[in-house]
Ligand binder design. Structure first.
Ligand SMILES: Cc1cc2nc3c(=O)[nH]c(=O)nc-3n(C[C@H](O)[C@H](O)[C@H](O)COP(=O)(O)OP(=O)(O)OC[C@H]3O[C@@H](n4cnc5c(N)ncnc54)[C@H](O)[C@@H]3O)c2cc1C
Ligand code: FES
Length: 357
């Protein structure tokens, strides 16, 4: 069942010229439903110019603040991000799905961990939540933040991040990288390339002391950072990443086409959702379970339909499916049978999937 709740916007604030934060007024009776972990995201539904729009936004607030805040960076031609930056105001009501996502590790007050976090632009949102939450709940843990922006003016949450550095003196180190402004230290100019990450590893990052690494930014940046850290000896499981958007690569297009070739025609699908069963036969017009189910009248959770947000995830109970692309689920989740229904092409005569996971 798609549980969207109408929620009032309590504050809209311009963080930079192109980024607006939105704070939600979650009523007392819904606060338990909307409990979240640092690094999770909300799915927002809005009707803009008659079109039903769904988008995911990471919470930049910390669960410890009893606050629900996101920040939306304007994208040229972007439907929701322009609406949020130019039209939305306090008092407006948006439809929200409770928080989701697995871009976090549990906090533990008795651990001493060294966290290394990388963010580019609006990728700071989940990273800020993670920093605030772990610093507050783990008194011995430390953070190194590597944060890429165009210029100083475009640094989102600069003041808040610097206040955290003062508040948790000696436990948060910040390294700003700028692409459109030159500074005296060449290492801090320009984007994260393989060479730059190797230099960071040689000069600033002692890989053997990193306990967890979180990365949020464009796809290319994520994989460069992950690969360089793994090459330097960090185990892959310690690198967590969140992708906001993916331009599908040629290789992924090929993989997707192969999955569609393996489609079984007319699969009998059973959806388990909210403890209830919904049965339908896959129509020839659709290649994935989500679209097939929506067309047959099911009400299921989804947002990006692009294999990025994981809102549509479910577990395969019977039969098999092949995912076209997957930018959202980790290897261990796939090993447990989880799939993105928006990417899941049924490959057997009968498939049963469970959304109550
Ligand atoms: C888990 C998750 C968390 C997210 N958290 C945040 C967040 O905290 N803050 C935030 O600002 N955004 C976040 N996003 C991205 C957000 O969901 C939207 O994709 C983004 O705001 C663009 O929506 P739009 O309606 O303005 O653009 P659309 O109308 O969807 O797209 C307009 C054009 O921009 C391209 N495009 C779409 N998204 C991006 C992008 N992110 N980067 C580059 N090009 C793009 C599209 O291909 C299209 O050509 C998150 C996404 C995910 C999956
Ligand atoms: S709807 Fe976003 S991954 Fe399927």
């Amino acid at each position: 069942m798609t549980d969207f709740y109408p929620i009032r916007v309590s504050e809209v604030h311009k963080e930079t010229k192109d980024c607006t934060s939105i704070t939600f007024d979650i009523p007392k009776e819904l606060q338990e439903t909307f409990l979240y972990k640092q690094g999770q995201h909300l799915t927002i539904k809005a009707s803009i110019n008659g079109e039903d729009i769904r988008r995911s936004y990471s919470l930049c607030s910390s669960p410890l603040e009893n606050k629900w805040q996101v920040a939306v960076k304007r994208i040229n031609g972007g439907v929701f991000s322009n609406y949020a930056n130019n039209v939305l105001k306090a008092g407006d009501v948006l439809e929200l799905m409770p928080p989701l996502g697995s871009f976090f590790v549990e906090t533990n007050p008795s651990v001493t961990k060294n966290y290394v976090v990388f963010a580019a632009g609006s990728g700071i949102t989940p990273i800020l939540s993670i920093i605030k939450t772990h610093l507050a709940s783990e008194p011995n843990s430390t953070f190194k933040l590597f944060y890429l922006n165009r210029n100083v003016k475009s640094i989102i949450f600069k003041e808040e991040i610097e206040a955290l550095r003062n508040m948790y003196f000696g436990r948060l180190e910040i390294f700003y990288f700028l692409t459109k402004e030159q500074r005296d230290i060449p290492l801090l100019n320009g984007r994260f390339t393989s060479e730059k990450i190797q230099e960071l590893i040689a000069k600033i990052l002692n890989v053997s002391t990193i306990d967890e690494c979180f990365v949020c930014g464009p796809e290319e940046m994520i994989f460069i950072i992950r690969d360089e850290l793994v090459n330097a000896g960090l185990s892959k499981e310690k690198v967590h990443y969140e992708l906001f958007f993916s331009g599908v690569t040629e290789e992924d297009k090929k993989k997707a086409a192969q999955a569609v070739e393996h489609k079984f025609e007319g699969t009998e699908v059973t959806i388990i959702d909210g403890g209830k069963e919904f049965h339908f036969a896959m129509d020839d017009d659709y290649d994935n379970i989500l679209d097939g189910a929506l067309a047959a009248g099911a009400d299921l959770p989804f947002a990006c339909k692009g294999g990025v947000c994981s809102t549509c995830k479910c577990k395969v109970i019977e039969g098999t499916v092949e995912m076209k692309i997957n930018y959202a689920l980790e290897e261990d989740e796939v090993a447990k049978g989880l799939v993105l229904s928006c990417q899941a092409v049924p490959t057997t005569e009968k498939v049963v999937v469970d959304f109550d996971v």
